[in-house]
Design a protein around this ligand. Structure first.
Ligand SMILES: [Zn+2]
Length: 374
């Protein structure tokens, strides 16, 4: 297969084509180098790496915590917005709810849902978080239980766990988590600067929705945010322009070399205003935000194609910078060298856009997403 357009490669745009083999991997990118400004003004479609979203609870009326085929529906919804790989994200919940969610999503990790994003595995957001910083997580927070976590991991692979490192049992578990190949993210935390730095020394590798569900930065008490800005290689950020001020996103981007965007989207994404569920919580979608009845932001209604437009049109990032934040950096955080970039040998995961950054098509592992699919 040959896909013509201006193709973003790690070395910049090329005006030519993406050549894809029958195995769904990229054979090569051909064409002459072209500047980004020319790429955006030209008549050819713009081809970027497919988006990778490592923090997704739901979309299109479905929530990963619903179990059954819900995770597949979520993967299909987000594929319609250019996302080609996700980490299905669970909520802080009792064991029975987590087990049901894992049993439901496991088959869809094995086989990519048709017309859906690849589910790379699970992001376990809690329950091993700080009860004082639940955000919109239900109050089922508890210290880490490695036996419980291993039972879940045996059902479906956990790629990422968000935990509060100031809880001593959580910090002591880092070695076992890392040995299982699970990335540890600092989040839903009351931790101090010192505790966050210690967690980084113990192998924590990212921060969950930086700035949200953690104390803010004060110059004499820099907290977890200060530790992230001073030392992190990776961190998540939610660029819906409701969770974090654009200036704070830019500050984080300048400080953290491989900041990556997540949606933290709920079942309300892509749905009309109204009441929805987030795990065991009732949430309300209104004016683009999703909130608990008390006004606390409860995940988002963001999609990654809108995130791209927010970064480029709202914050002034170049397309190349935006693509790193929306795809490459997330792949790198998971150690996936064959996703998040358009290079020979990589999976042909790509989004096709017009000059206004409207989505024209999505290539999922070398297969076109059916535009008529729900
Ligand atoms: Zn979340």
């Amino acid at each position: 297969m040959r896909l013509e357009g201006v193709v973003l490669t790690p070395q910049g745009f090329r005006s030519g084509a993406l050549e894809i083999g029958p195995d769904g991997r990229i054979i090569q990118v051909v064409g002459a180098p072209v500047e980004e400004a020319a790429a955006r003004k030209g008549a050819l479609p713009i081809i970027l790496p497919g988006f990778i979203d490592l923090h997704v609870h739901g979309g299109g009326g479905h929530d990963v915590m619903d179990g059954g085929g819900a995770a597949a529906r979520v993967a299909q919804f987000h594929a319609g917005h250019g996302t080609t790989a996700i980490a299905a994200t669970t909520m802080t919940a009792p064991w029975e709810d987590l087990e049901a969610a894992f049993r439901g999503l496991a088959p869809h990790v094995q086989v990519r849902p048709s017309n859906g994003a690849r589910i790379l595995g699970v992001h376990l957001e809690g329950p091993y978080i700080n009860r004082e910083r639940l955000g919109a997580q239900p109050d089922h927070a508890r210290p880490i239980d490695l036996a419980e976590l291993r039972r879940l991991h045996a059902l479906a692979p956990i790629r990422l766990v968000t935990l509060a490192p100031e809880i001593p049992a959580n910090l002591r578990a880092f070695r076992e988590l890392l040995a299982e190949g699970i990335r540890v993210q600092i989040g839903h935390t009351e931790g101090s600067y010192e505790e966050a730095v210690e967690a980084l020394h113990h192998g924590a590798s990212s921060f969950t929705h930086l700035f949200n569900a953690m104390p803010g930065l004060h110059h004499r008490n820099p907290g977890v945010v200060g530790a992230a800005l001073a030392w992190a290689e990776y961190a998540e950020i939610i660029p819906d322009l409701l969770h974090v001020h654009p200036g704070a996103i830019l500050a984080a981007k300048r400080a953290i070399p491989r900041l990556y965007c997540v949606t933290d989207s709920t079942s309300a994404a892509g749905m009309p205003d109204g009441e929805y569920r987030l795990g065991r919580h009732k949430v309300v979608k209104c004016l683009g935000g999703v909130r608990l009845p008390d006004g606390t932001l409860a995940g988002s209604a963001l999609t990654m194609d809108q995130a791209l437009r927010n970064l480029v049109d709202g914050l002034g990032l170049s397309l190349a910078e935006a693509a790193r934040c929306l795809s490459t950096n997330a792949a790198d955080h998971l150690g996936l060298s064959d996703r998040g970039r358009l290079v020979p040998g990589a999976m042909a995961d790509a989004v096709v856009l017009d000059g206004d950054l409207s989505l024209q098509g999505v290539l999922l592992e070398g297969v076109w997403r059916d535009p008529d699919a729900r």
